[in-house]
Design a protein around this ligand. Structure first.
Ligand code: GLA
Ligand code: ZN
Length: 672
């Protein structure tokens, strides 16, 4: 069984001879997938109502004839000149009130009804034309919705719609005033029509339009939700348009953990699979697999990587990108599949001569001559042929979950706790610490079933619903092991503080009360001492500091210096049949690792049967009742592993015993 492995491609830029040359190279590379069309509205519909597929059909057919299937994208990231000229009201308005003009991309308002109508029509035309094509494998809606600062439009249509959205949610203005605490700074409203769109948002790539302007955090959180919902609504209009004509897979390319302007748990409920774009540096020693764990968690199954790093050179964002270390591109592609992708497409096949992305990274350079990146893609394609069936038939069965939630992420961006604290980064640190211990983890939303996990970790869950709190208690009571960090349960889903002891509603579960809280800055860093089975581990704290008052729990960690010396900061509490840990401050990786080890031990989590060196990463997947160990050496040195018994090496088709050596940037797939 073959995995889908390919590239993005832009035939609209090219003459026939170049296309023929490129397709021959693609075939030589051994890829079987091409993604096209996402910016080509001016070609699909050069004049309103006159559709043209003649430029693309022969390419789809030629690719198909060479065993390469196509993903066709709707081109709505780039409304054409004629549409903008006729309907300038569809343009996106940013937080400074500036209209994003024609001349870049993503210059539309996703709420505008006129634009929604045009988007539906072009999606229908594409669906009608390609929906039954034997060469078309799937459809992509738009391109990276909300990316590049385009997910928080402030046009008049959005203003009106936001007011209606609030009215739908709160019913009366009295109720909105009450739940949002608008009496603060005298902001009580008389009517929904008085409510402005917040100036500030969590959106990356936007500037603070009015300096030192602090808005109501509850209104702001609702604006994030409203915009996320609006983008999802827009996406689903296109989904429905395509689905009228096809039963093929329909999805869109998310930005993974890069932009976070859309709640992907919600967005992908209505699509056929989660798909995202990822651009890790391939010169670094390691690729973070946290975005992959998150990707598996979005729909609870395998995902697609619709755009993936291909190389270095010039760049779009003000500076260039580094070229991959030898072997890293090949390894990165195989690593993505091992991490749960069942489709990967590099961005992109051949360097662009013109446009905003001219001279940028690609698999093949501008002259069309294959060089090392091409040969690495070819090598990855060759290995994937051998790995396809074992990967398709195996699945993750992790015993640990890290909970990741957009409400807490947004709330912590709206009102940050410390300059250097970043929710995504913090969740990543925890995940990576587990990975270093050889323990795989799923990343799941708060609403997902917890019972199948032995250990659940909840990083910085500042917003928690009563239901989630109840489920956490039940989970621990029934024997689960929980590790929560600082900030637990401080606010309700309205983004309002709760007038109770912290962690609100969970003081019994954790057996503690939180006393004082403050950010950690350089001059207030404290040493934390953690009691481990054998003795004590010490480390310095960071981000945020809470003091814990015992209320039944054992204090296993204390401040070891400063005026807090001896005060509790890490606790362990038996609750029903389970155990609840609370970590009251950020800690260095080593200390975090020691704490994780305690929780993993309580949860009896299975550890790797062999030792791996630093710089190596392992995914364990279940292949029927066997374990499939996917081993990656990210370092630039060979790495030896002493095996505990015989394994079957899937790539070599042979059994291995004793010691194996992974070459720099190498990988092995072992079945036990
Ligand atoms: C995004 C876009 C692509 C391209 C890359 C950067 O991921 O979806 O079209 O611009 O960034 O090269
Ligand atoms: Zn708008």
């Amino acid at each position: 069984m073959r995995m889908k492995y390919g590239v993005s491609y832009y035939p609209e830029h090219k003459e026939q001879a170049e296309i023929a040359h490129d397709i021959a190279l693609m075939k030589e590379a051994g890829i079987n997938l091409v993604r096209m069309g996402e910016f080509a509205w001016c070609k699909f519909e050069p004049v309103e109502g006159q559709y043209d597929f003649a430029w693309l059909d022969p390419v789809v057919e030629e690719l198909g004839a060479n065993g390469i299937q196509t993903i066709i994208c709707t081109p709505t990231a780039c409304p054409p000149a004629w549409l903008v000229e006729k309907h300038p009201e569809i343009l996106y308005v940013d937080n400074r009130g500036i209209t994003r003009p024609f001349g870049g991309r993503r210059h539309y308002c996703y709420n505008n009804p006129v634009y929604r109508g045009y988007s539906r029509k072009i999606a229908e035309a594409i669906g009608a034309h390609y929906g039954g094509s034997p060469y078309v494998f799937a459809f992509q809606i738009d391109n990276e919705l909300a990316q590049e600062g385009t997910g928080r439009c402030r046009c008049p249509v959005c203003r009106k719609k936001f007011q209606q959205w609030l009215e739908g949610k709160y019913g009366t203005i009295v109720e909105l005033n009450r739940r949002m605490g608008t009496v603060f700074w005298g902001q009580a409203y008389d009517r929904f029509s008085q409510i402005n769109l917040p100036v500030n948002t969590i959106e990356p790539n936007t500037q603070q339009a009015i300096p030192a302007f602090f808005e109501n955090p509850s209104l702001r959180l609702d604006f994030e939700r409203f915009c996320s919902d609006s983008n999802i609504e827009y996406q689903n209009i296109q989904r429905d348009a395509l689905k009228k004509y096809t039963d093929k897979i329909v999805t869109t390319n998310a930005t993974g953990l890069a932009t976070n302007s859309i709640d992907y748990y919600k967005a992908f409920q209505g699509l056929d699979c989660y798909a995202f774009d990822y651009y890790p540096s391939l010169r670094d020693l390691e690729i973070s697999s946290f975005p992959y764990a998150h990707a598996r968690g979005v729909c609870g199954k395998d995902f697609w990587l619709l755009e993936f790093q291909s190389g270095g050179g010039h760049g779009l964002w003000g500076s260039g990108r580094l070229q991959p270390y030898p072997g890293a591109l090949r390894q990165a592609a195989v690593h993505a599949f091992a991490a749960g992708a069942d489709l990967v497409a590099h961005f992109q096949f051949r360097t662009f001569p013109f446009g905003a992305e001219q001279l940028n990274y690609a698999v093949v350079d501008i002259d069309g001559i294959p060089r090392r990146r091409f040969y690495e893609v070819q090598a990855a394609a060759r290995d994937l042929k051998k790995l396809g069936s074992v990967l398709k038939h195996s699945r993750f069965d992790n015993e640990v979950a890290v909970c990741f939630d957009y409400q807490s992420l947004w709330a912590l961006k709206i009102k940050p706790i410390a300059k250097d604290f970043n929710y995504v980064k913090f969740c990543t640190e925890i995940y990576q610490q587990l990975a270093r211990l050889g323990v795989g983890a799923d990343v799941i939303p708060f609403g997902r079933d917890l019972d199948k996990y032995k250990v659940v970790i909840v990083p910085a869950p500042i917003i928690m619903s009563d239901d989630f709190k109840r489920r956490l208690k039940q989970y621990v009571y029934n024997g689960g092991v929980l590790l929560s960090t600082f900030l637990a349960g401080i606010k309700n889903p309205d983004n309002i503080g709760i007038a109770e002891s912290l962690p609100c509603g969970l003081t019994g579960l954790f057996g503690i009360r939180v006393g004082e809280v403050e950010p950690v800055v350089e001059r207030t860093k404290a040493t934390i001492a953690l009691k481990t089975g054998a003795g004590e581990t010490r480390g310095v704290n960071k981000y945020w500091a809470e003091t814990l008052e015992p209320n039944g729990a054992e204090m296993i960690g204390v401040y070891a210096d400063t005026f807090r010396e001896g005060t509790g900061v890490i606790s362990r509490n038996s609750y029903g049949n389970g155990v609840a840990y609370y970590l009251g401050t950020g800690v260095e990786p080593q200390l975090l690792g020691e704490l994780a080890k305690l929780a993993l031990k309580d949860g009896r989590v299975a550890l790797l049967p062999f030792k791996v060196q630093a710089g190596m990463k392992v995914f364990v997947r279940k292949y029927d009742h066997q374990n499939l160990y996917c081993l990656f050496n990210f370092s630039q040195e060979p790495a030896a592993i002493k095996l505990d018994h015989d394994y079957y090496d899937v790539l070599n088709g042979d059994s291995v015993t004793d010691e194996i050596v992974l070459e720099p940037k190498g990988y092995r797939f072992l079945l036990d």
